[in-house]
Design a binder for this molecule. Structure first.
Ligand code: PEP
Ligand code: MG
Length: 621
């Protein structure tokens, strides 16, 4: 240990000078063009500079921001205090780890952290950063990362194997300090240092909802799949995204140039000038196809043989309601209220009432389906005391959580009922498995209506109540659910997940996530028959509804309403307007007889090629 501390001091004084002179020419050289394949999560092409975001203090940022952020003279004291705070927090963190290791291992192992502390406490290093902030008028992280990058490059390039190995210690400590300067993941994502392509291991729905929308051009993640909630959010926010890219974090560095191709599900690192040109052309072509489709959005949503199909919007952000008309949406088929709960506080009844009634007034006579809170699974709010569960998607999710914590549910039901007087609001319960859950929810709803009456507060007495069919149990019991409610909406994202026993967000089993599988079609058909028998309406609001490949199939199975993200509406309307309902019925009949998802996919693809080929070529996600 003595040796290490001596060396560290040596680098910071004369020793480093020599190494620096020997390596004066070391520079960040542009890397080779590399194509990495992942899963297309949100359409669009973006070309930009990478920002790698670490996830936790245990998984520190190992790359450094390369574009310096300028500050004004007045900001200097603030930047110096941020530096002090970051060093102090890192020192406390390392001391704590050291003490834990000392108890669980021994003094020798714990000694490694003494070397880390020496780095944090080194006065010369700190003085260099302080001087940089004052003289160059750059932010603390810009100066700090520049200084550390220089040290690390120099240390890594010496021949001495012992010294070389110590570079890892410096990277570790520098990553911690930098992490605190930038704020861990969440803070960084909320305030990107300019236009960036975010590369990170995982983006949870609560990370995604807080993203700095002005500056995030695209994102690429190591985990995730097409129907994970972050992918759905990316589509709704119109941020091109590729997810499930194995090993991307070990291949990119901050400052790399990257193309994100959200149509094909690839990212290209350090693209050549030819590739850049090819992509610029591709993006222009795709935009043209899309804009042509958008010109149809005011037309009737009707098949060639005259069947009307309702196309509604899925919203997670109420601010998007102003765009319903532009994209040709007939109302809102699914408003995901949980995103209101993934911000910085739990919304009050009044705040929710405000949001729901504004939505309702904006939509006039068109229905606005407000789904009650669907937290849990991957949508974890730090505001609610979630216990860690071994299988969160099979745990206290959605209505189960609401029934366990009525203080979350009741204000929401009150707000929805009250907002109902401002338009055509419908209420929908997600993730049901058994009818007794629905019976209990309906009992609470009646209780709340009585409360509102007693309090003489206006509300919509006859609000329509629907259920989401998202579990095989609910699909098979659709007749019993249909007897008790006014409408059903099939949530195919979860229905596929729970039927195929495949985590919808796990890229490792993404190839087994098969919406085309004939068993899924059978379940959908069963639900449609139950709805027809009970005389109630049924829609699909999962991602199947948004994908042109599935639309003819769904219509052929008897679905007459589809709800999807705003950007998906124009291509969907084009598909509807290019086909005959009678042909869709034959597509569905043949598909129901298939035994594999591949066969169904071929039928669907051949049909789409014959009817709405342009949409297929665009490969919209
Ligand atoms: C679904 O499961 O299909 C659905 C629409 O709900 P979510 O994607 O929000 O789980
Ligand atoms: Mg769902």
């Amino acid at each position: 240990m003595k040796k290490l501390s001596g060396l560290w001091r040596n680098w910071l004084t004369g020793g480093l000078m020599k190494i620096e002179q020997e390596n004066a020419a070391i520079e960040h050289s542009a890397g080779q063009e590399t194509v990495l394949k992942g899963i297309a999560a949100a359409s669009g092409i973006e070309i930009g500079i990478v920002l790698v975001v670490g996830n936790t203090p245990e998984q520190p940022l190992s790359f450094y921001e390369t574009s310096p952020i300028s500050i004004s003279e007045q900001d200097v004291p603030f930047e110096l205090s941020r530096l002090d705070a970051a060093l102090e927090t890192t020192r406390n963190e390392i001391t704590e780890i050291r003490n834990k290791v000392k108890v669980s291992l021994d003094e020798k192992e714990a000694g490694i952290f003494d070397a880390h502390l020496l780095i944090v406490e080194d006065k010369k290093l700190k003085n260099e950063v302080v001087a940089g902030i004052k003289e160059k008028l750059l932010s603390a992280e810009s100066v700090f990362s520049g200084v550390m990058q220089r040290y690390i490059t120099a240390i890594s390039s010496v021949a001495d194997p012992y010294l070389k190995e110590r570079a890892a210690d410096v990277v570790d400590v520098a990553g911690r300090i930098l992490g605190h300067l930038l704020g861990w993941k969440r803070t960084l994502l909320e305030h990107l240092p300019g236009q960036r392509i975010v590369v990170t291991k995982e983006l949870t729905p609560s990370d995604t909802v807080m993203l700095d929308r002005e500056n995030v051009q695209a994102f690429a993640t190591e985990t995730g799949a097409k129907t994970s909630h972050s992918a759905i959010l990316a589509r709704s926010m119109r941020i091109p995204a590729v997810v499930g890219i194995p090993g991307i974090l070990s291949k990119v560095r901050n400052g790399d140039v990257m193309i994100v191709d959200g149509y094909q599900g690839v990212v290209i690192l350090n693209p050549s000038p030819e590739t850049l040109e090819e992509y610029a052309l591709k993006e222009a072509e795709n935009e043209k196809i899309y804009n042509d489709l958008l010109t149809e959005s005011g037309q009737r949503s009707e098949t060639l043989d005259g069947y009307r199909i309702a196309l509604a919007a899925n919203l997670d952000d109420p601010a998007k309601a102003v765009e319903l008309e532009k994209y040709g949406a007939f109302g809102v088929g699914l408003f995901r209220t949980e995103y209101l709960f993934l911000k910085d506080h739990i919304p009050t009844e009044e705040e929710q009432y405000e949001v729901y009634s504004t939505l309702a007034s904006r939509c006039g006579a068109a229905p606005v389906v407000i789904r009650t809170l669907d937290l849990g699974g991957d949508k974890i709010s730090s505001l609610i005391n979630f216990d860690q569960e071994p299988n969160p998607f099979l745990g206290l999710r959605s209505v189960r959580l609401c029934l366990a914590y009525p203080h979350l549910l009741k204000p929401q039901l009150r707000a929805i009922l009250r907002a109902g007087v401002h338009g055509n609001i419908c209420m929908m319960f997600p993730m049901l498995t058994c009818v007794d859950e629905l019976d209990e929810l309906l009992r609470i709803l009646e209780q709340i209506k009585e409360e509102l009456k007693r309090e003489k507060i206006r509300f919509s007495e006859n609000i329509k109540v629907g259920v989401m069919i998202e579990t095989p149990a609910a699909a098979l019991a659709a007749d019993q659910f249909a007897e008790r409610c006014d409408f059903m909406s099939i949530g195919t994202n979860d229905l596929v997940q729970y039927t195929m026993a495949v985590d919808r967000g796990n890229e490792r089993v993404a190839s087994l996530y098969r919406p085309f599988h004939p068993v899924i079609l059978r379940l959908i058909r069963h639900v449609v028959e139950a709805a027809e028998h009970a005389g109630i309406w049924v829609s699909v609001c999962g991602e199947m509804a948004a994908d042109p490949m599935y639309i003819p199939l769904l219509l052929g199975l008897g679905i007459r309403e589809l709800s999807m993200s705003l950007v998906s509406l124009a291509p969907a309307k084009h598909v509807v307007r290019s086909m005959k309902y009678i042909d869709a019925e034959s597509v569905a009949e043949r598909s129901l007889l298939c035994s594999s998802h591949q066969e169904v996919k071929e039928i669907a693809e051949t049909f789409l090629r014959m009817t709405a080929r342009g949409v297929l070529d665009l490969n919209i996600t």
